[in-house]
Design a protein around this ligand. Structure first.
Ligand code: BG6
Length: 503
């Protein structure tokens, strides 16, 4: 059976940065992709040869040098074709069908995987146009017809529901793969392994032992050349409604009955449903938004957000969000989950810090209470690893207590995870495993959590704080925290735990 991957948005940023490199890496190791072809589709005017030349030049930018092998690149490029068409015009889909017929070798036994990497408004028309050209329905005994849908899945609950309704008119839920690339990251999946492949964590993984959980996913770059996209999106839609809430769910989920797609995804949705809805008072008290302003780093001028190309001079789009979430269930009642994300922060890091409760009574260093609580740090990227912070006696006289740590880094296994998130997820979709993809009820539930915040912000009812590019965001984000706590600002190096510094 041949599989044909049709990429809508074939000349876009995501295709060259992520999809093509992931497909090359899958192809490179021979048998993994089986017999397949890639058909790029888009408005840009290329023919097969010029598109292949474009892809070849982009591959060298986005795949690491040591992974590029001339003969393998040639073999891969030979599997790519291009069709110049307007995906918003129903009349163009006959052309698509003819091209697919010419690429297929076993007729209806061949499978088609459609990758939607276009502006979301097209998600509403492409499925119906595919269906009207007879390209959506799976025939008994025939190949599969699947779609991978890129985020954002809509702009709010209403648009997400309407996109979902439209796609579901032509494809069944088991044909739809909503991709959130964070779930394809090795260390994100490791949260489940850490929690459920070990006996020691589960008994203490609850409100009795955990005081708070922090999740930070920040980047040291700005919006790059994505002003148009970002103006309509902002940090909440771009990162929080999908990636960060997934991380919250993985930390908070109950153990699934088994690690199957249904049981696993049921538990994720249950967390979303347990998150306490934001009232207007909560939004004012528990959510902080910010936007980067110009600054100077190492003598170099860094533009403020409003100076970026494609951005309105008086834009109110947030490039930073921090918030407190509460999970109203037996396990987590009273344990705040603090999450934050931002562009142009001091470093690029994604990290979860689990703060355990302090000892009930403290005996050392003449202190009334344990100075620093135990922490479990899960470093998603970079320097992937896990670290446990605890206290021990300083060797020698007296009884001086010092913080120490135990750490595991992927390096110690002989290297960092090599699998790219997109590689893993595209391969899962090709083999029909939707476990690490987002189900429609999860998308809707997550919009239900954040819709009230977006609506409230749209009425400009909360301040948008400026923060100089290259800093940790507005100081107001520290005020979200209860009991005088502050954010843990991670270092690039996971094991350098004593100095949590600004880089
Ligand atoms: C994407 C967002 O989904 O995730 C980007 O659209 C963001 O704005 C990116 O930069 C971060 O992903 P990663 O894997 O680089 O941490």
């Amino acid at each position: 059976m041949r599989q044909i991957i049709v990429i809508f948005g074939a000349s876009g940023d995501l295709t060259k940065r992520k999809l093509i490199p992931a497909l090359y890496m899958l192809d490179k190791d021979g048998d993994r992709g089986a017999d397949y072809r890639i058909l790029g589709v888009g408005r840009s005017v290329y023919d097969g040869d010029s598109y292949r030349a474009y892809i070849e030049s982009e591959l060298t930018k986005y795949v690491k040098n040591h992974e590029l092998d001339d003969s393998k690149v040639r073999r891969f490029i030979g599997k790519i074709d291009y069709l110049s068409m307007d995906p918003s015009d129903i009349n163009e889909y006959n052309k698509l069908r003819e091209r697919l017929d010419s690429l297929s070798i076993n007729g209806s036994a061949d499978s088609y995987l459609y990758y939607f990497s276009t502006p979301p408004k097209l998600y509403k028309v492409i499925p119906s146009f595919l269906a009207s050209a007879g390209l959506a329905k799976e025939e008994p005994g025939g190949g599969y017809r699947r779609v991978i849908v890129e985020k954002p899945f809509g702009y709010d609950l209403e648009s997400a529901t309407s996109i979902s309704r439209e796609i579901c008119r032509y494809f069944n839920e088991n044909q739809i793969y909503r991709i959130d690339h964070f779930l394809g990251k090795e260390t994100v999946q490791n949260i489940m392994a850490l929690r459920f492949a070990n006996g020691i964590f589960e008994p203490i993984w609850n409100r009795n032992y955990i005081e708070r959980i922090e999740i930070t996913a920040v980047e040291n770059l700005g919006i790059e050349k994505r002003g148009g996209y970002y103006e309509e999106t902002g940090a909440l839609r771009d990162m929080v409604q999908n990636h960060l809430i997934q991380l919250v769910a993985l930390c908070a989920a109950e153990p699934p009955v088994s690690f199957t797609e249904k049981e696993f995804r049921d538990e994720i949705v249950k967390v979303y449903r347990s998150i306490k809805p934001f009232s207007k008072e909560d939004i004012e008290k528990s959510v902080v938004r910010g936007q980067y302003t110009s600054s100077e780093r190492n003598g170099e001028y860094i533009k403020g957000y409003r100076e970026e190309a494609g951005v309105d001079l008086s834009s109110h789009t947030e490039t930073f969000v921090a918030m407190k979430l509460e999970i109203a269930n037996w396990r987590w009642k009273g344990v705040p989950f603090y999450i934050r994300t931002g562009k142009h922060m001091p470093t690029k890091v994604t990290e979860i810090v689990v703060h355990f409760r302090k000892t009930p009574h403290y005996l050392f260093n003449n202190l009334p209470e344990q100075p620093v609580s135990n922490q479990l740090i899960i470093r998603i990227q970079p320097n992937e690893g896990v670290l446990l912070k605890f206290a021990l006696k300083q060797p020698g006289r007296g009884f001086e207590i010092k913080p120490v740590s135990m750490d595991f880094t992927y390096d110690s296994l002989g290297g960092l995870p090599t699998e790219d998130a997109y590689m893993r997820l595209i391969e899962d979709c090709m083999s029909g495993d939707p476990t690490l993809f987002t189900r429609s009820d999860a998308v809707e539930q997550s919009w239900k959590i954040f819709d009230p915040v977006i609506k409230y912000w749209n009425e400009n009812k909360t301040p948008l704080y400026g923060y100089p590019a290259g800093t940790w965001g507005p100081l107001e984000s520290d005020l979200l925290m209860e009991g005088g706590a502050t954010w843990t600002n991670p270092c690039k190096n996971l094991t350098n735990t004593d100095i949590y510094c600004e880089l």
